[in-house]
Design a protein around this ligand. Structure first.
Ligand SMILES: [Zn+2]
Length: 327
C-alpha cells in the first residue's frame, strides 16, 4: 500500500471512491461507510496508452464523485501492478502501461484528493476477509479470475505482500511447465493465469468450437457475436456442450493450482472472484474435485473454496476500504 495525502477534512459519514482497474475494464464506485455502493462507473481500459489510461481513471473518479455529492473524502485504487512499497512506484505491470511512475502521487495531484493505492488482488482479499465470504477467517487466499489472475493473501489477519510488495502472485504459479506461454510480460509457461483465467476460457472455447461448430456457441459466432468470456459463461449456463467443456477445463486447471496453494499455505478459506466467477459452481465444482484429488490431508479436508461475496466488485470495495483506512 502506498498513500499520498493532500490536506482535507473527513468524517465517517462521507463517501470514498473505490477504483478497480483490471486489464480490460475499469470499475469505479462511490462507497458509503456501510459499504453500500451508490454510483458505479464503468470504462474500458484495454489497449490504452499511458496518457489516455490516466485520463480515463481521472474521468471515471470524477463522474463517481460528482454523483456522490460534495462529500468525497479520498480515493482508493486497486491496480494490477507490482508497487514497490519503498518508493511508491509502480514498478511492473503485466497488462497496463503504468510501470515506472509514482502512481499514487500523480493521481492525488490530478484528483485533488488523498489517494491510496494497492495491488488489485490485495484490495480484493481485504474486502472479502474483512466483510465478505471469508469474514472471521485469519488465513485467506483470494484469486481474482479476469483477463489475468490476481492474487491476494491474508495470513494472521494481515494482508501479506512480500518483502517489496511483489508477493502473492498466485496467477503466476506454474501448473504445466510445458504449457502455453504466459500473458503480457511474464516470461513463464503454463502459469495458472494462462490456464484458468477468462482469457483461458475463451481460448479453450475457441479450440473446441472449431471442432464442433454445430452447437449453440458455434451458431452464436456464425451470427457475428464475439467470442468472449461472458458469452461462454452464458451459454454454459444454458447447457451448451462446448461452453460446458471449456468451463470444466479451466475449473480443473484452477483446482491444480488450488492444491498447491492448500499444501503451501493451509488457508482456512480460498475466495474466488473476478468476472469468471459469474460461472459459479460450474467453475468451482471441478476446481474443488481436482484440489481434493491432489492436495494433502489434513489441509485439503479443512479448506473452504467459496465465491466472492462481493462478486466482481471485491476489488472496488477493497480499494474503498483502503481509502477509508489509509489515504
Ligand atoms: Zn505467468
Amino acid at each position: 500500500m502506498v498513500a499520498a495525502t493532500v490536506p482535507g477534512a473527513r468524517t465517517t459519514t462521507t463517501s470514498v471512491i473505490g477504483v478497480d482497474l483490471g486489464g480490460t475494464n475499469l470499475l469505479a464506485g462511490a462507497v458509503g461507510p456501510d459499504l453500500g455502493v451508490h454510483h458505479r462507473v464503468r470504462r474500458q481500459a484495454f489497449g490504452l496508452d499511458q496518457p489516455t489510461l490516466m485520463a480515463t481513471i481521472v474521468d471515471a473518479v470524477q463522474e463517481a464523485a460528482t454523483a456522490a455529492g460534495a462529500d468525497v473524502a479520498a480515493v482508493g485504487l486497486g491496480i494490477p501492478v507490482t508497487l514497490d512499497r519503498r518508493s511508491g512506484e509502480a514498478v511492473y505491470s503485466t497488462h497496463l502501461p503504468i510501470a515506472g511512475m509514482p502512481f499514487a502521487a500523480v493521481m492525488s495531484e490530478r484528483l485533488g484528493l488523498p489517494v491510496a493505492v494497492d495491488n488489485d488482488g490485495n484490495c480484493a482479499v481485504l474486502a472479502e476477509a474483512r466483510h465478505g465470504a471469508a469474514q472471521g477467517a485469519e488465513d485467506v487466499v483470494m484469486l481474482t479470475l479476469g483477463t489475468g489472475i490476481g492474487g491476494g493473501l491474508v495470513l494472521g489477519g494481515r494482508v501479506q505482500r512480500g518483502w517489496i510488495g511483489a508477493g502473492a502472485e498466485f496467477g503466476h504459479m506454474v501448473i504445466d511447465m510445458d504449457g502455453p506461454p504466459c500473458q503480457g510480460n511474464c516470461p513463464n509457461h503454463g502459469c495458472l493465469e494462462v490456464m484458468a483465467s477468462g482469457s483461458a476460457l475463451v481460448r479453450e472455447a475457441a479450440l473446441r468450437v472449431g471442432r464442433r461448430p454445430d452447437t449453440p456457441l458455434g451458431h452464436a459466432l456464425e451470427e457475428g457475436r464475439a467470442l468472449t468470456g461472458p458469452l461462454v459463461t452464458e451459454l454454459a449456463h444454458d447447457g451448451d456442450p462446448v461452453a460446458c467443456d471449456a468451463m470444466e477445463a479451466i475449473g480443473r486447471a484452477l483446482g491444480v493450482g488450488l492444491a498447491s496453494i492448500v499444501n503451501m499455505l493451509n488457508p482456512e478459506v480460498i475466495v474466488i472472484g473476478g468476472g469468471v466467477i459469474a460461472a459459479g459452481e460450474m467453475l468451482l465444482a471441478p476446481a474443488r474435485r481436482e484440489m481434493q484429488a491432489r492436495a494433502l490431508m489434513p489441509a485439503r479436508g479443512a479448506v473452504r473454496i467459496v465465491p466472492a461475496a462481493f462478486g466482481d466488485e471485491a476489488g472496488m470495495i477493497g480499494a474503498a476500504l483502503l481509502a477509508r483506512e489509509e489515504a
